[in-house]
Write a protein that binds this ligand. Structure first.
Ligand SMILES: Cc1cc2nc3c(=O)[nH]c(=O)nc-3n(C[C@H](O)[C@H](O)[C@H](O)COP(=O)(O)O)c2cc1C
Length: 171
């Protein structure tokens, strides 16, 4: 591989594609963020901009594009859930990041204690009460206060790195 294919440089005002490539070098897990809209219908999308914020109070954040179909529902719902995906849930990640008529149709889910949809067999789930919504340019920064967290540490995480799905490799 040449230097050109593996290296890049972005400056303010340049092609945002290069900035995306630079940001894509930060390996992350993959989540599906869900809520019920005001008519009680489940809504959600695939998100990797998930960060823990505070332990006391227990806060986390996700960034949701302002033009996302579920943006309105997620930023106004009293509760939402962050479902951290495991390797077997790659199909759910694809479904929740593409224009599928019924995203919840093919993915087993149930309502959590806080009312938000919980995807079956997730690696971990954070059920949150909406704590705040901040402006983040073309994204909303949605901050939640964790009311319940559960996990199954026997599962392996689904990862995202440089625009592709990845798995952990143990040496
Ligand atoms: C791995 C991965 C991570 C993503 N992370 C985010 C994210 O953090 N925030 C966001 O708004 N969209 C993110 N997306 C894109 C949304 O999932 C995608 O745009 C979604 O389909 C929105 O479409 P909608 O308007 O139908 O809801 C991500 C997609 C993938 C595949």
């Amino acid at each position: 591989m040449t230097d050109q294919a593996t290296k890049g440089e972005y400056r303010s005002g340049h092609d945002p594609r290069t900035l995306r490539d630079a940001l894509g070098c930060f390996a992350t897990g993959v989540t599906v963020v869900t809520c019920l809209d005001d008519s009680g219908k489940p809504a959600g999308l695939t998100v990797n901009s998930f960060t823990s914020v505070s332990l006391d109070p227990p806060l986390l954040l996700v960034c949701v594009h302002k033009m996302a179909a579920s943006a309105e529902a997620l930023t106004t719902a009293s509760h939402f859930a962050v479902n951290v995906l495991q390797t077997g849930q790659q199909p759910a990640s694809i479904t929740f990041s593409t224009r599928v008529e019924d995203r919840f149709g093919d993915t087993p889910w149930s309502c959590g204690e806080a009312g938000a949809p919980i995807l079956k067999d997730s690696l971990s789930v954070f059920e949150c009460e909406r704590y705040g919504v901040h402006d983040g340019g073309d994204h909303h920064i949605l901050v939640g206060q964790v009311v319940k967290a559960s996990f199954d540490a026997s599962l392996d995480p689904l990862l995202s790195f440089r625009g592709r799905y990845r798995r952990l490799h143990f040496d």
